[in-house]
Design a protein around this ligand. Structure first.
Ligand SMILES: Cc1cc2nc3c(=O)[nH]c(=O)nc-3n(C[C@H](O)[C@H](O)[C@H](O)COP(=O)(O)OP(=O)(O)OC[C@H]3O[C@@H](n4cnc5c(N)ncnc54)[C@H](O)[C@@H]3O)c2cc1C
Length: 490
């Protein structure tokens, strides 16, 4: 078995698997070390937000998720009655997709195997040693002790990350102050709305479909602390009695699939990178799972890191490009840290003062602009990378760092294609709207890493209005554009 890789990924959850797909797509040798021998049956995450669906679509595999999940056009902030309206997004995916994490991981793992990622299950990483040109990773696997080397190592090994510990990176934040109870069950009398919630002085109940067409998730926050600890097993009787106590009904729940507790411990790493070691996903940020964000943000960490790491390993970009991973993604993690703490405060606001504050927020969310602001933050559509990449001179465009939506393009040779199809190989894409127009590409980027196309028409003409040419990064964000031109509709 091979023991030397360009990248060793520790942890085969959704984030590690997606990162491995990105690295392998670029042709790197990648191994994923996963301590579990089998995937977990229970699903923590239920939602894939619209921007993550765009990420999956950028690689042409969104249909695999859409075939299984259930689209819902509303989201919530802090379980407030005024829902977030996802219909407003200018995207092919103006909704959140309810799909169990187990299905998400299955689909991503299948793609990783198709791309030829070496996935080693039952491989428990126990330590690492860094030297000047590589990192060696030690552990125990089904065939005994192992030692592998990688030019780079990425820790996607979750909240208790050993990679983070071995790299000596601080995980700064706050211990848990509140705990919630949850159960995935069949409901014989489900609520009539897709996303149900009840909030009163006794606590809160939220009910959402699991996305598998059969089960629902009940999430409970109680106003009174019963002295239960995180490790106390949840019983079905506890779930139904607390649900009845708060909501007056248990929705005729039966056949529990998973009963659990979770808390609001909130932490963010001080650094996303130390030399040859990177962190992504829950290894870099943990928080209250409010609004369904952790896995989504983690997959987008992986999307940001993947092409950069691949470009550096292949010699297509200078090493300093890797610093932009932390520069771009840590602010997203910091916002997630703060906004989930704020949601947690509102979610446990059972006192008269807390309920008054919730009332104020409920009213504020009725304002479409405020609603859109929160909807963008929760869904990932609000992420923007406003700093020009190093070596990308003269980027002053107002589009710099914006995500690009999918649209049909009419090319010079009369062919029609979707923009995301052009991006699906993981390369950069340069579009010229007039013959010969070109933006400055980064000085270090080889031209064969870029797909150049001349465009005669665009389905969503307004998105390129006033542009002469545009350069799009492999993760679907604008790197550079040249402005002042009118584009006709296709
Ligand atoms: C109740 C609940 C609901 C949630 N709902 C949502 C939601 O709707 N949407 C959303 O986006 N997020 C949600 N989340 C958060 C989401 O589940 C996590 O953010 C996501 O699983 C993080 O993915 P990851 O790959 O970073 O880490 P993980 O999924 O934790 O994967 C880490 C992997 O690393 C492996 N590993 C750990 N240590 C080692 C080692 N030493 N050696 C080898 N392998 C190792 C583990 O076995 C694991 O497979 C929810 C969380 C909870 C608790």
């Amino acid at each position: 078995m091979n023991t030397s890789f360009e990248v060793v990924v520790v942890g085969g959850g959704p984030v590690g698997l997606w990162l491995a797909c990105e690295l392998r797509l670029a042709g790197l040798s990648v191994v994923v070390l996963e301590r579990r021998t089998k995937r977990v049956e229970q699903s923590r995450a239920l939602t894939i937000h619209g921007r993550t669906l765009e990420v999956l679509s950028l690689r042409g595999i969104e249909d695999r998720f859409l075939a299984t999940g259930k689209p819902i056009t509303a989201g919530h902030y802090a379980v407030l009655d005024t829902r977030l309206d996802f219909n407003i997004f200018d995207s092919r995916f103006p909704y959140t997709l309810f799909i169990p994490q187990k299905a998400t991981e299955e689909i991503i793992e299948q793609r990783a195997l198709e791309l030829g990622v070496d996935i080693r299950r039952g491989a428990v990483v126990e330590g690492m040693t860094v030297d000047s040109g590589s990192v060696s990773v030690r552990g125990a696997g089904p065939e005994g002790a192992f030692e592998l080397t990688g030019a780079y190592v990425v820790g996607t090994d979750g909240a208790r990350s050993i990679v983070r510990r071995e790299a000596g990176i601080d995980f700064v934040g706050y211990p848990a102050t509140a705990m919630a109870l949850m159960g995935d069950v069949v409901l014989d009398a489900p609520p009539s709305v897709p996303l149900f919630s009840e909030f009163n002085e006794r606590g809160s109940v939220m009910v959402a479909p699991l996305g598998d067409g059969r089960h629902y998730r009940i999430v409970l926050n109680e106003a009174v602390d019963r002295g239960v600890t995180r490790d106390d097993p949840v019983t079905f009787e506890e779930l139904t009695s607390v649900t009845r106590m708060i909501a007056g009904t248990d929705f005729s729940a039966r056949d529990p699939l998973w009963l659990s507790r979770f808390d609001n411990e909130t932490r963010l790493v001080s650094h996303y990178r130390r030399g040859r070691i990177f962190l992504a996903g829950d290894a870099a940020h943990i928080h209250l799972p409010a609004g369904g964000q952790g896995m989504n943000v983690g997959i987008q960490d992986a999307m940001n890191l993947g092409w950069k790491l691949a470009a550096v390993v292949k010699g297509e970009a200078p090493e300093y490009l890797l610093d932009t991973y932390e520069q771009e993604r840590r602010p997203v993690g910091a916002y997630l840290h703060d906004t989930t703490m704020a949601q947690g405060y509102l979610i446990t606001g059972f006192s008269p003062h807390g309920r008054a504050l919730r009332g104020v927020f409920n009213d504020m969310l009725k304002n479409p602009e405020i609603n859109a602001y929160f909807a963008r933050q929760v869904s990932g559509f609000g992420v923007r990378y406003p700093e020009a990449l190093p070596g990308c001179a003269g980027s002053s465009s107002s589009l710099l760092g914006n995500r690009i939506r999918d649209t049909e393009l009419q090319l010079k040779d009369e062919d029609r294609t979707n923009l995301y199809s052009l991006l699906s190989a993981g390369k950069w894409v340069h579009l010229a709207f007039d013959a010969g127009e070109q933006v400055a590409i980064p000085e270090w980027l080889p031209t064969d890493a870029v797909i150049f196309e001349e465009v005669r028409g665009v389905e969503h003409a307004s998105m390129f209005s006033g542009l002469k040419a545009i350069l799009i990064r492999p993760d679907g964000y604008v790197a550079q554009s040249a402005e002042e031109r009118h584009v006709d509709a296709a």
